[in-house]
Design a protein around this ligand. Structure first.
Ligand code: SAM
Length: 254
């Protein structure tokens, strides 16, 4: 039976890799490295660096593959994502069937942790359901961007005994801050949704390129700092051609 290892590689610093992840990468015959296009080539480079630095298994091979670009949502966001996942599932199936022997072991290098806003596990389940190739799966957890954010700002996610919510920029813009959580952590925000938060006394802890040499950290009262974050974010995005940022919003203490 083929074996697929879904390995969390951390959020930007090669030293985020756990010993379990290093051992998993060294168990694999084939390392599958996604390439999301020129603007994100830095991310593919980081995956290559990780392999260069930690993979000592001289018999393993690297296979790079193109990830199709997601279409702009037409009538339904869910349907667009579903079509996109179906296209990626075909690619995963082909890779697993054609690149691995009957008892081969392959590893997918997943940004951050595979359980947090990542579709690889759902897509691999889809491949299993399609029945075109059979395999077993193991998941190796990784350091997430939100952990790198909290570490960068030297803070805990939650206030004492208080829950926190993890959400996306789109949902923050639609729904605002959660009523039952003092802290909201936001990923996947291409629209800088923090600007739509009416409570300007909330604090924001923002981070971009976390864990990398280009890491930027800013924090303060939302009303005081939101324009600066917008400016810094735009300058960095223009200079590098891409940006990944994450932030934590906290309501003022009652
Ligand atoms: C598709 S999600 C993947 C999250 C990932 N699985 C994790 O565990 O962190 C991508 C989002 O994660 C956040 N992110 C990932 N890496 C980051 C980094 N190095 N710096 C800042 N944000 C990052 C950004 O909000 C980005 O839009």
């Amino acid at each position: 039976m083929r074996k697929i290892l879904v390995v969390g590689i951390g959020a930007g610093n090669p030293e985020h890799l756990t010993i379990q992840a290093v051992n998993a990468l060294n168990r694999a015959d084939v390392l599958f490295i996604p390439d999301k296009g020129a603007t994100k080539s830095d991310l593919a480079d980081l995956r290559r660096d990780i392999c260069d630095r930690f993979v000592t298994n001289a018999d393993s091979r690297r296979v790079e593959f193109d990830v199709p670009v997601r279409a702009a949502p037409a009538d339904s966001y869910r349907r667009t994502v579903d079509d996109w996942h179906a296209a990626i599932a075909e690619i995963y199936e082909r890779l697993i069937r054609d690149e691995l022997g009957e008892n081969g072991c392959g590893a997918f290098l997943i940004w951050g942790d595979p359980a947090l806003y990542d579709s690889a596990l759902r897509i691999l389940e889809r491949v299993i359901e399609r029945g075109g190739v059979q395999f077993e799966m193991d998941v190796i957890p990784g350091i997430t961007a939100m952990q790198a954010l909290a570490a960068g700002h030297k803070m805990a996610f939650n206030r004492i005994g208080d829950p926190f919510l993890v959400t996306t920029g789109r949902r923050l813009a639609e729904e605002g801050l959660a009523a039952n959580a003092g802290t909201t952590i936001v990923l996947l925000d291409g629209q800088q949704a923090f600007r739509s938060v009416p409570d300007k006394n909330a604090t924001i802890h923002w981070g971009a390129y976390l864990g990398t040499p280009d890491e930027i950290l800013l924090s303060g009262r939302l009303g005081d700092i939101e324009d600066e974050i917008v400016r810094v974010r735009e300058e960095a995005r223009t200079e590098k051609g891409w940006i990944m940022d994450t932030y934590l919003l906290r309501k003022a203490e009652e």
